[in-house]
Design a binder for this molecule. Sequence first.
Ligand SMILES: *Cc1c(COP(=O)(O)O)cnc(C)c1O
Length: 394
Amino acid sequence: MSVDGYLMQEPGFATKAIHVGQEPERWSSSNVVTPIVLSTTFKQQSPSQHKGFEYGRSGNPSREVLEQCLSSLDNGKYGLCFSSGLAAATTVISLLSAGDHIVVMDDLYGGTYELLTEVIERRDITFTFVDARYPERVASAIQRNTRMVWIETPTNPLMGIVDIKQVSEIVHAYEEIILVVDNTFLSSYFQRPLMLGADIVFYSLTKYLNGHTDVLMGALVMNSNELHERLKFLQNSLGAVPSPFECFMVNRGLKTLALRMEQHMKNGLAIGRYLEKHPLVDKVLHPGLPSHPQHQLAKSQSYGHSGMLSFYIKGGLEESQKFLSSLKVFTLGASLGGFQSLAMLSSQMSHAPMPIEDRIRLGITDNLIRLSVGLEEAQDLIADLDQAFKATVS
Ligand SMILES: *Cc1c(COP(=O)(O)O)cnc(C)c1O
């Protein structure tokens, strides 16, 4: 289905989400639902002769099923799962050595920002933050020792869009640089960065892919055999692997991903349009609305948009606080991508670790409210926003 001029969705996505890796024939009992295999060790026929599993950290059947299904959704060859999104990030960055350099998107998920500035910097790896909405700035930030470019699109919380194909062309003029794209905000249903030239797609599965706000997990998807071998080695040697139970949960969440994403998009657009008309709103940031400065670019590289949007409420911290604490259907809280609607104040929550002058320069001010629009009835969500606006000015 093609929505509002976005790329035409490829056929077969929902079928892959339901069937890839889930063949009943792979289990001797022919069960149609993947079992939760808790065993941490596996019987060997003779020393190092086994059926592909030796020890729970290096490989687990419940995890393998999820990794196969996830990779198929990105049209990728390999998937690897980790105990959280940041565990996946730590593992990817461990491809690098002291002396290496990373070019990073400046409008970045708060946790990734903290990982880089508080932990990775101490390993003598340096980085340059750039506004990758302007691909030429990525080009000019590349140094002799650059080994990785890390972008996020759409960005959090400002919904900036990076031209993945253009950045990938810049990066791949250098053989030794890897392009990583954090695709958490759209999921593989709405964007497939490997097809646009990325080397590795990064996910916090905690968000849309699981979609039920009850699992922390991360994943990497890639095509290169060599990258897969190196990352699979690191997955085992760093050891940040997810539990079999959680793999089962995310695999189950994927079964409704296509349906959920369509509804997140519909609800998000309805709310974006409502907010645009509201007298107490200064500006709405939603890549699926024609008012977004990169609306055309978003439509040219994605299949749609999720339930993520931000808006500037008229006023400052006081108005934001009043508005947010008046919400009744939206929950004030961190995270995103679940079935329930969430609202947050990035400046005081996810982006609190960022120096205030950087926050203000980027536009992450105290009147910027971010919404993760869930799967409730759109009318009920709009009514909730409406009563919270009224409470703000009363
Ligand atoms: C949540 C999130 C992460 C980190 O993932 P965790 O599962 O919380 O470790 C990274 N990037 C983005 C865009 C996220 O939303």
